[in-house]
Design a protein around this ligand. Structure first.
Ligand code: FMN
Length: 183
């Protein structure tokens, strides 16, 4: 299985990145291949021009750093996505990435190219994970309900305010479990 691991946080070795790596390491052990993308390094904006233009559905009018990433997502079988909570919702970089899924939306609001792909969603926060249950459900609901992706893992890791903090063993166990499903 081809996995695209998307790390949204500015912290390349933060909690989300470490959990994503644990998911992917397990999948790679079982024969999958993975490519990591760090969104913080890229220059891109929210955009919906493809929806508004008369161009072919899925044609992206942008020429920014996210276009090749979206192509990689099209080619991937699975997305492993780490998104931290900033100001009570997924960080802006994460939301902007999600906005760009508009290339998969047809004018009649059916979707193409995402259905059947697997997704592992990792939400990290300083506050307890329970505080962001609704956010996690909302993000996973968009991926599964609208984009018809199969949620192979939903990992909410709270209590992670400081950089380099130890990640609870239970979270790493959940990461391993999710990785096993990416084969
Ligand atoms: C700009 C900013 C805003 C944040 N806002 C919140 C917040 O609203 N609620 C919360 O629980 N944690 C908040 N945090 C803490 C992060 O969600 C937390 O440290 C998380 O583990 C970061 O994930 P990462 O290590 O993958 O970067 C914020 C952190 C930053 C840098």
């Amino acid at each position: 299985m081809k996995i695209l691991a998307v790390i949204s946080s500015a912290r390349k070795e933060g909690t989300g990145a470490k959990i994503a790596k644990a998911v992917c390491d397990e999948a790679v052990r079982n024969g999958s291949e993975v490519e990591y993308v760090y969104l913080y390094d890229l220059d891109f904006k929210s955009c919906g021009n493809c929806q508004m233009s008369d161009s072919d559905p899925g044609f992206c009018t942008k020429k920014d750093d996210l276009v090749p990433v979206m192509k990689k997502l099209v080619e991937a079988d699975a997305l492993v996505w780490a998104a931290p909570i900033y100001m009570d919702y997924i960080c802006g970089t994460s939301k902007t990435f999600l906005d760009r899924f508009c290339i998969f939306v047809e004018p009649d609001f059916t979707v193409n190219r995402t259905p059947g792909k697997k997704a592992v969603v990792i939400i990290t926060s300083g506050a307890p994970a329970d505080n962001y249950k609704a956010v996690t459900e909302s993000v996973c609901g968009t991926l599964s309900g609208f984009f018809k992706m199969e949620i192979a893992g939903k990992i909410s890791c709270g209590g992670q305010m400081n950089y380099g903090q130890e990640i609870p063993a239970e979270m790493m166990a959940q990461a391993k479990e999710a990785g096993k499903k990416l084969v």
